[in-house]
Design a protein around this ligand. Structure first.
Ligand code: OGA
Ligand code: MN
Length: 299
């Protein structure tokens, strides 16, 4: 079986065939996948009936796991999956959909805003790998926008303006956008903002991308209204349809994306239906602000 990677559109996304994710990954396959991620930012694998253990093994063959335990309001009684999985489903510990007004659900649907996973962590995520176990009868697509293509479509003045900027990211900023504002003292401490540069460079390709996320809430040294307006303008620019791939889920799909070069968002689906999607995450290796400081020192 030889691995084939075919683009799904002009800017973002490709479909991968000729691989069985239940089998151990060979070094050549791993290299082809990293290369495909660099080029397309999103890779789609259909018809992969893997177990949680096989999903984890595939992930670990590509890089170190990120611990996502603190990204959620789920408590022990809601855990359905092995540690190191992010449970992105709408299901509680008894596999029942959360009620419409459940606080854990209302926090979780913040992922329907465009974002990059773990941009609220000092060392943010590299890849996310999301697998569908149950899908709703309608809705529930995941959309992806290419932040390298969006950067390249900016005019020179905007590129120069944003090059040195550093933002603060927190899950409290993204939730604020949808009116979810009640946090306990413990949650406020857990969700303390971290700094990320607004333009980042992908080490392997040298390609620059806009590092946007709805978690971004401030720009250091800027007044808040101007900062929020710039971030909003950039996000509107970056999520124009031409830069977007919309994934319609089938059971046994595994979709993998590069959080350094793509934003994504979930789309709504009927609240009473089950949508069981499970995510592993590969951690990044450096804080984006360290990269900014190194470049400034070298200049
Ligand atoms: C995620 C995410 C959106 C969705 O898994 O990180 O944002 O459509 N998912 O489930
Ligand atoms: Mn996400």
């Amino acid at each position: 079986m030889t691995l084939q990677i075919r683009p799904l559109g002009p800017f973002i996304g490709a479909k991968v065939d000729g691989i069985d994710l239940r089998e151990p990954l060979t070094p050549a396959q791993a290299e082809a996948i990293h290369d495909g991620m660099d080029r397309h930012a999103v890779l789609v694998f259909h018809d992969q009936p893997v177990t949680n253990e096989q999903h984890l093994a595939f992930t670990q063959a590509l890089g170190p796991l990120e611990n996502t335990a603190k990204n959620t309001l789920r408590a022990a009684e809601d855990f359905r999956l092995p540690p190191m999985f992010a449970d992105v489903s709408n299901l509680d510990g008894n596999n029942q959909p959360f009620g419409r007004d459940d606080r854990k659900r209302l926090f979780a649907i913040g992922n329907r805003l465009w974002h990059s996973d773990s941009s609220f962590k000092a060392i943010p995520a590299k890849y996310s790998l999301l697998r569908a176990v149950r899908v709703p009868s309608k809705g529930g697509n995941t959309e992806f926008a290419h932040m390298g293509a969006a950067y390249e479509a900016l005019d020179n003045d905007t590129r120069a303006l944003i090059e040195p900027l550093i933002c603060e990211h927190s899950q409290m900023f993204s939730r604020d956008l949808i009116g979810f504002r009640e946090f306990s003292a413990e949650e406020r401490e857990r969700f303390k903002p971290v700094r990320q540069r607004l333009v980042r460079t992908l080490a392997r390709t040298g390609r620059k991308s806009l590092y946007l996320s709805s978690h971004a809430g401030t720009i250091l040294g800027w007044q808040l209204p101007e900062a929020r307006l710039l971030l909003r303008d950039l996000a509107e620019h970056a999520t124009q349809r031409e830069f977007v791939y919309s994934h319609k889920w089938r059971v046994n799909d595994l979709v993998m994306w590069d959080n350094r070069q793509a934003m994504h968002r979930g789309r709504p689906f009927p609240v009473e239906e089950a949508r069981d999607v499970r995510r592993t995450t590969i951690s990044g290796d450096v804080p984006t602000v360290a990269q900014a400081e190194e470049e400034a020192a070298a200049a």
